[in-house]
Every structure is written in structure tokens, then in C-alpha cells.
Design a binder for this molecule. Sequence first.
Ligand code: HEM
Length: 456
Amino acid sequence: MKLDTAHSEPITTQKPLPPLAKGLPLLGSSLSMLSDPLRYFLRMFQNYGPIFRIRVPGREYTIMAGLEANQLMATADEVLSSTEVFADLKHELGTEKLLVAMDGSAHRTRRKLQRTSYSRDSYVARIPQLMSTSEAEFRKWQVGEKIPVFRTLQRIVVRQLSTVLLNRAPGDNFESVRTLIHMNMLVSITKLLPPLALKHPSYVQAKKLLLQDGHDIIAEHLHSNERLPDLVDALLAERDEEGNPLTEREIIAEMIGSYNAGMDTVAGTVSFMLYAILKSPDLLARLQPEIDALFVSGRLNVDSLKDMPTLHMTVLETLRLYPVAPLLPRTAAKDFEFAGHCVKAGTPLFLVNGLTHFLPEYFPDPERFDIHRHTPEARKSRPPNAFAPYSFGAHTCLGAALAETQVMVLIAHLLHNFELQLDPPDFTVHMYFRPVPTPGDKLQVRILRHRTKTSA
Ligand code: HEM
């Protein structure tokens, strides 16, 4: 299959438009898109190939999927733009520039400045503080109690991310973070709800609280520097081409962007991973000694975390079977050709980075959870771009190493402290797209036993 993306000038040859996927009258593909877009795109990929168009009321998208699409992101993503898709979000947050919504050299410069703040070391340097965040939650849990997994993890993850990135726990502001992120996802990014939804009093109040919180955090940072350096310090040090610092609103927008990047992705991954482990007693039995050894006094550090092959392979298999960021919105930055079809500048696109995870040629029997797909030998046996939980190219996840460490620490901490059971034990998880993939509220675990004194 020809991948032709190297054109920097408008293309003169007339390739056909991508095929249009059949949909319902008036509704087009919207119902399938809303219920399970990943499985829907997989079926359409099998019918039409790596590029096709879909219609939803009022809009048309071009979908690009499969190994060729992942390779395009990895090698030629100058044909893809992130500026337009996040225009409404930037407007709502009162900023002209936001890392996820930038292209080209300005994006590269800002990304470089933020790299250290999003590093694994930033997380590991604060592990004692981060563990006490989870412990505060664990101490509330009683034997026999049912815990709603995703919501609880969202709360812990937001607290941890605020500690790592802002040197601040948002305390009671968790609900505001959640409201602001989810409403913007539905209104400003996916346009599933009309702009009027942002006038709802709960949203207005959440935004007011977070703007005030952001103001206070910046003031604290300007007032004192007795802390480990963080994202706010990086943003305060940034200067534009004319040497001007970022405005307060620009800094707060990036702070909110960091919650947006980390909250549901990490909470979702830990939730799906806990489910997969509790479904497999053999896997749990293999993990438990590895995890318990991590808590032998003083061992929880960057080296001991690297020395956990079973836990790490379990994280990777969770990211494969339950990819929490599997569809990425873009627009075409210029005319280009892909797989024998033309894409015109300005076309709204979805890049389905997670689709290759379900292709049997790369992952045989793809619906089966199997950590052995991630041994060093197995990894070598498939094309490098087939496993794509963090996508590729200019916008590839900046927090990937931090995220994996956070997932490992959270799961290890949970399973070291508690014996858990799914409730009900025969529960089967689904991926709900709301609009980012989540396990939904029905995923619950029951506390069977405290395994340590800390949690009892
Ligand atoms: C399992 C967890 C995570 C997954 C699967 C994940 C996945 C992704 C993906 C696919 C992108 C690309 C988005 C795009 O191209 O439009 C991305 C971007 C990003 N992620 Fe993650 N992410 C995770 C956790 C985190 C965490 C914990 C942080 C930091 C707190 C983070 C920070 C970022 C940032 C800053 C970007 C934007 C990079 C840019 O635009 O240059 N991510 N992530």
C-alpha cells in the first residue's frame, strides 16, 4: 500500500476521495460513534481499508486507521494540525496557546520547556507524599465495603497530579476539576453538547473556583521557591518571541490541560488493570510477591520500579486491550495523499491510533488479555508502530513514563494493602466512551481483608 505524505506543495494528481461509510438516514454513523467508536472503526476498516469518511449530523470526518496511519503520525505528522480542533477549548480557557493545540516550532519549544515537569523523575521524587495521598483514602475503607473504582481513582489521581505538577493538592476542588474537564470535552472538543451547556451554574461555579485556585497557586510560586521545581515554575519561566512572560490565564489553561491529559487516562488504566488482575487469580498470584517485595522498607524507588517485569507487562497489556486515548482529532494541515486517496487541507480527521491493538496480525486473538505479548521477544516480533497507546509524532504523550510509574505505584499500593474482589464476582467490564473511554460506574470492588497495618 502506498503511503505518500511527503508533499509540501498542494498535490496535483487527482486521487479519489476516501470511501463514504454507509450510515443511517439523517443520523449517519452517529449512534455507532457514540456507543463504541473503536469497534465501529474496526468494522469500517475491515470493509473500506485504512481511510474512509463518516457522516454525523451536520459534520463529516475522515477516519485514518491501521499501521499506515500510525506510521504517518510517527514520520510525517506535519500534514496534521491540532490547532483548529482545540480552538473552542482555547477560547473557553481564555488562552491563545495551549500545548495540545499548537503545531510546528512553537509547539516544539513549549514542549521542551515542560518535559522535565512531566518526567518520571518528577513523580518518583515525591513518592512519600504521593503514597500518603492514597493512604488517606485507604484509611477510610472498611472490610466488606464496596468501592466504586473509577471515581475513587479519579480523586486519588487528581490529588497526585496536583502534587507532582503544581506542588499543591486541590483538596475539595476535585469535583470542579472533573466538571470543567468533562464539560469541555463534551462541548468544546467533541461538540456533543451545545455551547449553552457551559452556562450551567455547576460549570460556572467550577470554572470560577479553578481560576481562583490557579491564581493562588501562581501567587504561592511567585512568593516562595522552597519546593521541588514543577510545571508552574516552567510556565512562569517561559518567554515568547518578544521576551514576554505568559499571562496568568495562559498558565492556568496549561494547568487545567495537565489534569485533562492525566486524570481519566490514568484513572481509567488503573481501573481496567485492577479488573483484569482480579479476573485472573493466576496473574494475581504471580504479581503479589513482586508487589509485596516493593514495599520492603526503602525499596520503592526508581530502580525497584524498573525491576517489576510482571507488573510492567500487565500495564502494557492493559494499555493494549483498554486503550484510554485511542482516537485523536486533527485537521489536515495541507492537501496530502494517503493509501491511494486524497485528503484536502482543512478536512476534519480522526486518527485511530488504538485500532492496531485489535488486529490479529499483530496481536493474535486480540480480545484475550495476555501479558506475554509484551516480553522483549514478543515486542521484537511485531512492527514498532503496532502498539500505540501514547500515539506517535509531535504530540506523543509527554507524560508516558510518569503515567506508567503512577499506574504501577497505584496498583501496587492497592494490592499490597488490600485483598479485593470484583462485585459482583462475575462482573464483565465494558469500555464506555463518555466521550473518553471509561469503565463506567458499575465497576466496583469489595474489600475482603486488610493485608497491612497501614490500611487497617
Ligand atoms: C495511561 C495514561 C496515559 C495515556 C494512555 C496517554 C495518552 C496520550 C496520548 C495518546 C496523547 C496524544 C494526544 C494527541 O496526539 O492529541 C497524549 C498527550 C499528552 N499527554 Fe498523555 N496519556 C496518559 C497519561 C498522561 C499523564 C499522567 C500526563 C501528565 C500528567 C500526560 C501528559 C500528556 C501531555 C502533556 C500531552 C500533550 C503533548 C503534546 O501535545 O505535545 N499524559 N497522551
